[in-house]
Ligand binder design. Structure first.
Ligand code: FAD
Length: 283
């Protein structure tokens, strides 16, 4: 199964129903004890590598620490109901993303999400973070050092903080600059606040496994032979987690493989029917 960073849904459809964040690159990603995740495990960079790291920490939650300026520009929530402008094909709504302070669905989570802490100052933020976990694992002084070390690099054009460099790189692309990546700024700048912490849980979202198939979407037996009359496509054939695009494939490249394999299966079947029809016609 694929595992993703997510927080709990406001109106859960099942127990521990989570919703996935599609984050921009600026949030600080911290382990359960408040240590910054190692390079290059920045938001949106390497999901599988990040998961390998998280499971080694011994805790199954992590934290994003950010501010209102970042959440307004960089948080997108996965799922059609969280993106009414896109699913409603509203050009005006999409353009509005560039102007909105904080998108409505994201604001709802800031107001009511059980994994969200929103506070004016760091002391209160840490108190709120520790109130969300069984043990108080976050040390305020250590977290302040971590954020201050990152904030200091904002003024350094030759910084070796690779996340700050990545943020600058993302903004070199106009689309990201307009709607996806906040201008580099200090997280502890009161003008960018309030401060926000989001407790992230590991959630499963799609199948990375599947039946082995050939290019005609015929299911193969253990011996590698096509199993007569049995086809598989989409996630059932391993296309949900990348498939043709590889194990660490880019986000958003899954549907294409699902459609491709479905088309191959359908075409193959049509071909078989046509063959059968012409054979029948010849008789
Ligand atoms: C929240 C979310 C966001 C995603 N966003 C993207 C994205 O932006 N870009 C991208 O490329 N990919 C995205 N994906 C992945 C992609 O959507 C899926 O990999 C793809 O839709 C899988 O297609 P599928 O036809 O294999 O399976 P599904 O779309 O899951 O279809 C399986 C169907 O089988 C039905 N079914 C199940 N059991 C039975 C049964 N016993 N009898 C009859 N019917 C049954 C189900 O109801 C379902 O309709 C996203 C996935 C999720 C969950």
């Amino acid at each position: 199964m694929a595992l993703h960073r997510g927080h709990r849904e406001l109106e859960p459809l099942w127990a521990r129903h989570g919703i996935r964040i599609l984050p921009g690159p600026s949030s600080l990603w911290l382990d359960a004890t408040g240590k910054r995740l190692p390079v290059p495990l920045f938001p949106g960079f390497d999901t599988l590598g990040t998961l390998e790291h998280i499971v080694r920490t011994g805790y199954d939650h992590t934290w994003f620490v950010l501010d209102k300026k970042i959440i307004g520009k960089e948080f997108a929530l996965s799922g059609s109901e969280q993106n009414p402008d896109l699913t409603g094909k509203s050009v005006r709504g999409v353009i509005g993303r560039a102007r909105a302070d904080v998108p409505g669905p994201v604001q709802a989570f800031m107001d009511k999400g059980v994994d969200f802490v929103v506070e004016k100052d760091l002391s209160a933020l840490v108190r709120g973070m520790n109130a969300l976990t069984d043990e108080p694992l976050i040390d305020e002084a250590a977290l302040r050092r971590e954020i201050t070390a990152r904030d200091r690099e904002i003024a350094n054009p030759f910084t070796k903080d690779l996340q700050v460099t990545a943020v600058r790189g993302a903004r070199a692309y106009l689309g990201d600059k307009l709607i996806r990546t906040a201008a580099p700024h200090r997280i502890l700048d009161p003008g960018a606040g309030p401060l926000i912490a989001v407790r992230l849980n590991i959630l499963t979202r799609k199948s990375l496994g599947g039946l082995e198939t050939d290019l005609d979407s015929r299911v193969l037996t253990e011996g590698g032979e096509p199993l007569e009359g049995v086809y598989a496509a989409g996630e059932a054939a391993g296309f949900g987690g990348g498939g043709v695009h590889g194990y660490r494939s880019l986000e958003g490249t899954f549907l294409g493989g699902c459609v491709f394999s479905g088309r191959a299966a359908g075409g193959r079947r049509r071909g078989r029917w046509a063959d059968a029809g012409s054979r029948a016609g010849a008789r």
